[in-house]
Design a protein around this ligand. Structure first.
Ligand SMILES: *Cc1c(COP(=O)(O)O)cnc(C)c1O
Length: 353
């Protein structure tokens, strides 16, 4: 590993929700699963229970697989839906495109990612239609999947009616709909709708459901709402090095988080923190909020001097997503004092001569 940047114990951090630790409910569930021997490779009772709880959560008989991270979940899900001569359509700033090092193309043996624009991180359906229909010949990689991110990379949330329209569009063009739900919890907390409404009832065929950013140590779930699509997915996971032998420790946290309600509670807390930060920042002259703040991220355009000085003083945040913008991400672990301190520091830097 590279040597770490800054202090060993980070405070004042708004870089990402994966900088947070493990929430108590996930930690406790791992401890409870740590009893003696259990069958390996997912043949244990915790894995069976976690799958059942996710079926309850989504109110449908879906197929569930636990993988180590979102890159694997997304790229293996997409690979399972495509042949090498197909294409996947996604937003130009989708994680699949910008942050997965070509994993989807790699695991699918060459499926091409086709990018479309869209405001506020949301896919533009006219652009999708254009991308699908502009060519119908064998010289063009055949569009097979539409992939969307909920909540989006810009902290916005697709509404239920937007999701319905996306699902209808994908299926009309003979495509499958994949959802990168690294932060689906945050979208659920924002919309106050059921997981079913925001996924399969809107046409989502396969979902990558985030656990890590919500408060788990490690692990995401790949959920197939059409069990036929999951055929041989277990082999794909194994070949990609994503079949955990001590699967119970990937699965148990889902039990703890779902049974206790922490999954939605953590997301709602992170969203509330972001709302509070937004409210504080809006009161500072010269600071602009860039997108509708709906989930747990606040994007702000900061004068470069303020941004550099904040970094120098030890605040951690991302500046590479929107150009000239700072992203402040809240998590289950963010507390009001952190928000107050950050807002106060931005205020004092912004009002300095
Ligand atoms: C964090 C994230 C992922 C998963 O990233 P990994 O580091 O591979 O776990 C996937 N999609 C989005 C939108 C993310 O923010």
């Amino acid at each position: 590993m590279r040597s770490s940047h800054g202090a060993a114990h980070l405070k004042n951090q708004f870089a990402s929700d994966n900088y947070a630790g493990i929430c108590p409910e996930a930690w406790q569930a791992m401890a409870e699963a740590n009893q003696g021997f259990a069958n390996a490779y997912g043949e244990d009772r915790w894995t069976a229970r976690a799958c059942d709880l996710l079926r309850d959560f989504f109110e449908t008989d879906c197929q569930v697989y636990f993988v180590f991270n979102g890159t694997a979940g997304n790229s293996l899900a997409l690979a399972s839906l495509c042949n090498s001569y197909h294409s996947v359509i996604c937003h130009e700033i989708a994680h699949v495109e910008t942050d997965e090092c070509g994993a989807a193309e790699f695991f699918s043996n060459g499926t091409k990612i086709l990018l479309v624009p869209g405001e506020n991180g949301k896919i533009d359906l006219d652009a999708v239609a254009h991308t699908v229909t502009r060519r119908a010949d064998i010289h063009y990689p055949k569009p097979k999947v539409l992939s969307i991110t909920q909540a989006t990379e810009l902290g916005t949330v697709y509404s239920p009616s937007e999701l319905q329209a996306i699902g209808a569009c994908a299926h009309e063009f003979g495509m499958r709909l994949h959802m990168d739900g690294a932060r689906l919890g945050n979208a659920l907390a924002h919309l106050d709708r059921t997981p079913a409404d925001l996924t399969w009832r809107a046409g989502v065929d396969v979902l990558t459901l985030g656990g890590t950013k919500n408060g788990m140590a490690v692990g995401e779930a790949v959920v197939f709402f059409d069990p036929a699509l999951a055929e041989e997915f277990d082999y794909r996971c194994k070949q990609a090095g994503q079949l955990a032998s001590k699967m119970r420790f990937l699965a148990a946290p889902w039990i703890g988080m779902l049974e206790s309600g922490a999954y939605l509670r953590n997301a709602a807390h992170a969203n509330r923190c972001a709302a509070l930060l937004e409210e504080r920042l809006r009161q500072i002259p010269g600071i602009d909020i860039c997108y509708p703040r709906q989930a747990n991220a606040v994007f702000v355009s900061l004068p470069p001097r303020v941004s550099q000085e904040l970094e120098r003083r030890g605040w951690r945040f991302y500046t590479f997503i929107g150009l000239g913008q700072a992203r402040f991400m809240c998590s289950w672990q963010t507390c009001e004092a952190d928000i107050d301190a950050l807002a106060a520091e931005i205020r004092s830097l912004s009002t300095e001569a």
